[in-house]
Ligand binder design. Structure first.
Ligand SMILES: Nc1ncnc2c1ncn2[C@@H]1O[C@H](COP(=O)(O)OP(=O)(O)OP(=O)(O)O)[C@@H](O)[C@H]1O
Length: 228
């Protein structure tokens, strides 16, 4: 049997808005195997971003548990969680969170430099070339278009070859040619390094390439979340 790298048990998330309690996720349980490419699909507002944020340890559930690489991360403090996230995961979210004072190349290198990787610059250069941004390497985030920033953020998420990549509409701001090259890059990592991909997307073309599609509807899973 293959390793289950990510597991959610009975996750729920409730927001309080004024006097009202709004339930965004309800009793979501799922398992993802190491090396799987899972797409989370669902209409706008169905809870995809919320689920990805909780699965990746960026946000906490109101109840339920998340286990990552055999470790229950639900009750870890932020200080305990940060090294687990850095070691295992990469994030491609809609907010780019690029460092404004670093140029494109330096932004991509940053996570590898934190690990004192001597190949940081070479790896960052290769990634920028793959996404067609080598000529923009000296530009600062404010000198890049939305789609270019998106691609820099993707390179940065990939530089340490994380075990699990969480991606929220990674091609959301991109035209079809750039979307294809980003998906190709993610799939290349998936194939070559057995990287697990957990991706929310509206794109049927991307979903068609996934091993499994998890459907969210009003915060509930439509099909079982077990390993397919
Ligand atoms: N911080 C918050 N406070 C209150 N409600 C929130 C908060 N964040 C999200 N929501 C609500 O939770 C629901 C799910 O949001 P979420 O962003 O997870 O949906 P989504 O499926 O990713 O949507 P989209 O495809 O439009 O990005 C929405 O109804 C949203 O309004």
């Amino acid at each position: 049997m293959r390793e289950v790298i990510l597991e959610a048990n009975e996750l729920s998330k409730t927001y309080t808005i004024g006097e009202r309690q709004e339930s965004v996720l309800e009793a979501v349980s799922l398992q993802v195997e190491a090396g799987e490419f899972v797409v989370i699909s669902g209409t706008s507002g169905s809870g995809k971003t919320t689920l990805l944020s909780i699965l990746s340890g960026l946000d906490r559930p109101s109840s339920g548990r998340v286990t990552m690489a055999g470790r229950d991360i639900t009750e870890l403090s932020e200080d305990e969680l940060a090294p687990v996230r850095n070691e295992l995961t990469g994030f491609v979210f809609q907010a780019f969170h690029l460092v404004p004072s670093l140029n494109a190349l330096e932004n991509v290198m940053f996570p590898a430099e934190l690990k004192r990787d001597p190949a940081a610059k070479d790896k960052a250069s290769t990634l920028l070339q793959k996404v067609g941004l080598w000529h923009r390497r000296h530009n600062y985030p404010q000198q890049l278009s939305g789609g270019e920033k998106q691609r820099v953020a993707i390179c940065r998420a990939l530089i340490n070859t994380p075990k699990i990549i969480f991606a929220d509409e990674p091609t959301g701001n991109l035209d079809s040619e750039n979307s294809r090259s980003i998906i190709e890059l993610l799939l290349e990592l998936h194939r070559e390094h057995n990287t697990t991909l957990v991706m929310a997307t509206h794109s049927g073309e991307v979903a068609a390439q996934a091993d499994r599609i998890i459907q969210l509807h009003d915060g509930r899973l439509q099909n079982g979340g077990g390993v397919g």
